[in-house]
Ligand binder design. Structure first.
Ligand code: SF4
Ligand code: SF4
Length: 93
């Protein structure tokens, strides 16, 4: 069924209201602090430096997934397979 203009507008508004949420898990013990993820992530501020030096002598990247678009670039390009991105539930907002 093709929606009429009014229904189409309502569908668009509902889509805009729903916000996809992604989680970005980091295996700290696998991260060697190369910071490639900082370069490839299109959203500034998700990956940052400044983590504590771990037992292997590396400084793992810090992760704050707020604003993640789920593009998967970080998971695909991390040379140490330390990142897992997953889609969570949609929330209002
Ligand atoms: S790309 Fe992978 S190994 Fe490099 S800092 Fe990011 S999470 Fe760590
Ligand atoms: S999935 Fe994309 S937007 Fe999300 S943290 Fe990784 S590179 Fe950044």
């Amino acid at each position: 069924m093709v929606p009429d203009a009014e229904t189409g507008q309502a569908m668009k508004a509902e889509t805009a209201r729903k916000k996809k949420v992604f989680t970005v898990e980091l295996r700290q013990d696998w991260c060697k602090g190369c910071y490639l993820c900082i370069d490839v992530c299109p959203v500034a501020g998700i990956f940052t430096t400044g983590g504590e030096i771990g037992p292997k002598g590396f400084k793992p990247v810090r992760v704050d997934p707020e604003g993640c678009t789920g593009c998967m670039l970080c998971e695909l390009l991390c040379p140490d397979l330390a990142i897992t991105v997953e889609r969570g539930d949609e929330t209002d907002g």
